[in-house]
Write a protein that binds this ligand. Sequence first.
Ligand SMILES: CC(C)(COP(=O)(O)OP(=O)(O)OC[C@H]1O[C@@H](n2cnc3c(N)ncnc32)[C@H](O)[C@@H]1OP(=O)(O)O)[C@@H](O)C(=O)NCCC(=O)NCCS
Length: 440
Amino acid sequence: MVGSSEENNPNGNPDPNPPSEAAAEAEAEAPPESSIEALARKVQETLSLGGKRHRFWETQPVGQFKDLGDSSLPEGPIEPPTPISEVKPEPYNLPAPYEWTTCDMEDERTCDEVYALLTNNYVEDDENMFRFNYSKDFLQWALRPPGYYRAWHIGVRVKATKKLVAFITGVPARIRVRSDVVRMAEINFLCVHKKLRSKRLAPVMIKEVTRRVHLENVWQAAYTAGVVLPTPITTCRYWHRSLNPKKLIDVGFSRLGARMTMSRTIRLYKLPDSPATPGFRRMELRDVAAVTRLLRDYLAQFAVAPDLDEADVEHWLLPRDDVVDSYLVESPETHEITDFCSFYTLPSSILNNQNYTVLKAAYSYYNVATKTPLLQLTNDALIVAKRKDYDVFNALDVMHNESFLKDLKFGPGDGQLHYYLYNYRLRNPLRPAELGLVLL
Ligand SMILES: CC(C)(COP(=O)(O)OP(=O)(O)OC[C@H]1O[C@@H](n2cnc3c(N)ncnc32)[C@H](O)[C@@H]1OP(=O)(O)O)[C@@H](O)C(=O)NCCC(=O)NCCS
């Protein structure tokens, strides 16, 4: 098995259950369980652990566990839209010490506050070794796409001190589900300060963002979580490709494999100094139209995928230093743009390590291979990421990623990422390879 030299102990899954090395290896080689089987098993596990109820989510227009596998239910919106005049005009009530605030992400001071809240309180791995450390530039990029609504960037402050203690955001997107393009909100960055957990603040925040989304006449949303909620449209796994194995082992992200020495491990993950594909270069503004065409053609094959226009591509995929990076292949003969790959930058704070404070991770974003094999294209992405000093390159098993993960020495992570739609039912869960959507 490729990647068997190490057990990756990934960061970034809010709900990872680290398997033993043997379990991780067995899993990587076992025949794939279908997503419906996996989900049924998870539901079964949840029920056998005392019948976990979802007091909040059971009240929401989302696929419910009890309806799993009931193919008589129609696909599409669960509840119809109501007239905007019937949407509750005033915010939901918060507990008395707190107040709502709309976070202006163009304002540097507000951005600093959001950055500080997330840096100290956002997603950690199960063993509390790493915590996501989205940069300020990243947050400004992620939260200000074309047509964004300031009102969808919602904070909670302590009235007395004005300290920011919770956050949730939405950004608008057009997402195609099978043949229907649906206006949605992509919900992200839900965070409650560590000292205010388990007080049922999250449901109020989710209801408030939903209210503000409804006020813009948007009735569906897409989101991901490491926890199982009613009901995933698909369940994905992160895979990790070591670029700097020594550091990853030193900080406990991965372990030296059985019968492996450090020098053999370093050799195993060594990459060439420069990309192999002739015409491989960084994307520029002049490429937006060609990249949009390439992406639209490619994403059309997936059951759920964003419907991207040129403005979206310019925003989401034009390179920004230390935020998002995109490369393409321009045919040296015809100058046609034939292939595309991209990744975004999401470092993690390393908690409690003497020698290192930050793990620099690249996350595979959207890739399209028409002439260059996807494996070679992604290997070139690994090479540029290594050259830019990333420690690890992560990829989900979505779209065609399965085709390169093992060959390029990615190892399976131990947590799962569940994708959800709000107020939109799918008859059956999707396989990760049927999903064409990457959320940040
Ligand atoms: C996620 C977080 C905001 C939840 O807050 P909390 O104080 O733990 O939980 P609360 O008591 O406020 O609310 C619990 C409800 O929120 C739901 N919930 C918890 N995490 C959720 C998530 N990520 N997405 C949607 N709902 C979630 C729970 O399922 C529960 O509802 P239920 O009874 O219907 O199951 C908080 O734990 C946190 O900030 N964690 C770190 C950051 C993080 O993981 N963010 C989510 C990234 S996907």
